[in-house]
Write a protein that binds this ligand. Structure first.
Ligand code: SAM
Length: 244
C-alpha cells in the first residue's frame, strides 16, 4: 500500500492530460475534462468478456474505464506522447495502472504500423482525439478498421460544418490552436466518407457539441488563439460509431 502523501507527491510530479480518480480523494489534475467526453462516447456500459483496444491512450483514462466496465482484455497503445514528443509522457499511464491495480496492457506502436499482424484485433476499438493529429488520416482509419472486430468509437475535431459535401480543413503550421501536431479537421460528411472508404460498412454520428457550447468555445478560442469567431463556430467535436 502506497502512503497517500507519497502518492500525492508522485501525482504532482507528473504533467497529466487525463483526470483519473485514483481513490482516497486523489484525482489526477489533467487538463482535459475526461468525464464530459466519456458521456458523449456512448461506450457500452457492459463490456464483460469483450476485448478492447485504446489507440492513442495517453494517460489511459478510457482504457481503465473499459476495464472497469468488465472488459476481459484491454490493450492501450500510444507512441507520440509516450516517446516524449510533446509536454506529456508515459509516466501518468504507468502510475495510474499501478495505483488502480489494473491489468491494462501497453503497446508502444505508431498508428501507421497497426495491422492484424502487429496488434490483435479487438471487439471494441477506441480512437479518441487522434484522427485530427494524423498526417495520413485515411491510412490511419484503414489501420483502425483492420483491427476492429465489432465496433470502433471515433471521437474527433470536426470543421467546415456549414458544408454539406465531404470536406476537410487543413491546418499546416499549427493553424489549429497553435498545435503543430494538428493536421486535419474533416466535416461530418467527410468523417462518414473516410470511415466507409477505410472499410467500415455502418457509420453513425452518436454525438455532437451543442451550438451554445460551440459559441462559448469560439469566444474562448478567439481570446486565447485569435481564431476568428466564424472559424471557431464551424469547428466542434463529434463522436462516431463504426462497424465493419
Ligand atoms: C489528444 S490525445 C488523445 C488522448 C486520448 N485518446 C483522449 O481521447 O483523451 C492524442 C493521442 O494520440 C497519440 N498519437 C498521436 N499521433 C500518434 C501516432 N502517430 N501514433 C500513435 N499515437 C499517436 C498521442 O501520443 C496522444 O496520446
Amino acid at each position: 500500500m502506497m502512503n497517500m502523501q507519497t502518492l500525492q507527491d508522485q501525482v504532482n510530479a507528473i504533467r497529466w492530460f487525463h483526470q483519473i480518480d485514483l481513490g482516497d480523494g486523489i484525482v489526477t489534475p489533467g487538463v482535459y475534462d475526461t468525464r464530459a467526453k466519456l458521456k458523449a462516447l456512448h461506450i457500452p456500459e457492459d463490456l464483460s468478456g469483450k476485448t478492447v483496444l485504446d489507440i492513442g491512450t495517453w494517460d489511459g483514462f478510457y482504457a481503465f474505464e473499459a476495464e472497469r466496465r468488465g472488459a476481459a482484455r484491454v490493450v492501450a497503445t500510444d507512441s507520440f506522447i509516450w516517446q516524449g514528443h510533446s509536454w506529456g509522457s508515459k509516466a501518468g499511464f504507468e502510475l495510474a495502472r499501478k495505483v488502480l491495480d489494473s491489468h491494462v496492457e501497453d503497446r508502444e506502436i505508431d498508428i501507421l504500423d497497426i495491422s492484424p499482424e502487429t496488434v490483435e484485433p479487438a471487439d471494441v476499438v477506441l480512437f479518441l482525439g487522434v484522427l485530427y493529429h494524423m498526417r495520413y488520416p485515411l491510412q490511419a482509419l484503414e489501420n483502425v478498421c483492420s483491427v476492429t472486430k465489432k465496433l470502433a468509437i471515433i471521437e474527433t475535431v470536426v470543421d467546415l460544418s456549414h458544408m454539406k459535401r465531404p470536406a476537410m480543413a487543413f491546418y499546416p503550421g499549427g493553424q489549429l490552436n497553435g498545435d503543430t501536431s494538428n493536421w486535419w479537421g474533416p466535416n461530418e460528411a467527410a468523417v462518414h466518407a473516410l470511415l466507409k472508404t477505410a472499410g467500415f460498412s455502418h457509420v453513425e454520428t452518436v454525438s455532437k457539441d451543442p451550438l451554445l457550447y460551440r459559441i462559448g468555445r469560439a469566444i474562448r478560442h478567439r481570446r486565447k488563439y485569435g481564431t476568428p469567431i466564424r472559424h471557431g463556430i464551424a469547428r466542434s467535436r463529434m463522436v462516431f460509431h463504426a462497424r465493419p
